[in-house]
Ligand binder design. Structure first.
Ligand code: NAD
Length: 313
């Protein structure tokens, strides 16, 4: 049987990763970009990554590297890229005008069945899709970088998105081994970034107020909270840290409110505190492309090991 086909629009960091995830799931992938050079480097990079994953026995899916590579082709013609696709994942730069333009083009050539999905990190579906003829088929599928190793996908519908679009997107994400979550309505920052910004905001305040050093602050997460959160979320943490949620609230409700009431306004993320944090973190990891690249590779290796371990559990 001919494999189902998807189109990935934009072959940068996220587009490449989506192409690999879909190919691992056995899908035929047409990777589209406005720049031929980007497509050439994307294919080279995907081949290199897959070889490395094969060597470290971390390649996803049931197919071999060569079989997965054979599923991915590139294209600079939008119409040809989406022809025959049942799902289109947009991954172009985070710019509202640019994204509205490409969805406008896709709207003209889409049939009534294909799903038009965006990787946007923070643009609301109502900003992206309002006015499109195929708005019922539009949705945000927000991945986490790097999607190959961090499986979460936030599925965020437009107010006019048909429930069947949400369900089909959810099922597809499950099928390719990602971990989808559904938002019932759109909200600024979706859920992941709202949680992330809450943490960043308090981290900034604690360092700014001189309570803790920047590097120790990061350790609180990487050697403390983060270890737990790789396995259970904050709500299950409450449940397990007492005799259930109600018991946790009974015990800690007042204490939590007392602490939360000492949180201040939204930080400016600039000035002296920015300088202090920048200096400390740059001392540990200088802002030099090779150093940043090596640290990112190390992070991805850690995530690969963690993903493997989670799969075995
Ligand atoms: P990127 O800059 O690495 O890649 C963008 C690609 O889009 C480039 O290859 C560029 O040539 C291409 N492009 C530009 N205009 C185009 C057009 N009109 N048609 C087709 N291709 C076009 O960006 P990225 O980091 O891959 O981000 C892509 C999307 O994914 C953004 O919306 C971003 O917010 C989202 N996202 C990024 C991350 C992340 O950590 N990088 C995480 C989650 C979601």
């Amino acid at each position: 049987m001919e494999p189902s086909q998807v189109a990935v629009i934009g072959s940068g960091l996220i587009g490449r990763s989506w192409a690999m995830v879909f190919a691992a799931g056995g899908f035929k992938v047409k990777l589209y970009d406005v720049a031929q050079q980007q497509l050439t480097s994307a294919l080279e990079n995907i081949r290199k990554q897959m070889k490395e994953l094969e060597e470290s026995k971390s390649l996803k899916g049931a197919l071999s590297t060569e079989q997965q590579l054979a599923l991915i082709s590139t294209c600079t013609d939008l119409k040809a890229a989406v022809e025959g696709a049942t799902f289109i994942q947009e991954c172009i730069p985070e710019n509202l005008e640019l994204k509205r333009k490409i969805f406008g083009q896709l709207d003209l050539i889409a049939d009534d069945n294909v799903i038009l999905s965006s990787s946007t990190s923070c643009l609301l579906p109502s900003k992206l899709f309002t006015g499109l003829k195929h708005v019922k088929q539009c949705i945000v599928s927000h991945p986490v970088n790097p999607p190959y190793f961090v499986p979460l996908v936030e599925i965020v519908p437009h107010p006019e998105t048909d429930p069947s679009t949400t369900e089909r997107t959810y099922a597809l994400m499950k099928q390719i081994g990602q971990s989808p979550v559904k938002l019932n309505r759109e909200i600024e920052g979706f859920v992941l970034n709202r949680l992330q910004y809450a943490v960043i905001s308090e981290a900034w305040r604690l360092v700014g107020d001189g309570v803790i050093s920047p590097t120790d602050l990061d350790l609180v997460m990487s050697d403390g909270l983060g270890m737990r959160y790789a396995f259970i979320g904050p709500l299950e943490t409450m449940h397990l840290n007492a005799e259930g949620i109600s018991n946790y609230c009974e015990r800690y409700r007042e204490g939590m409110k007392l602490v939360l009431n000492t949180f201040g306004p939204v930080p400016e993320f600039s000035g002296e505190i920015e300088e202090k944090i920048n200096q400390a973190i740059s001392e540990k990891i200088p802002v030099v492309p090779e150093v940043l690249g090596a640290r990112r590779n190390w992070r991805d290796e850690c995530l690969t090991s963690l993903a493997k371990m989670k799969k075995q559990m």
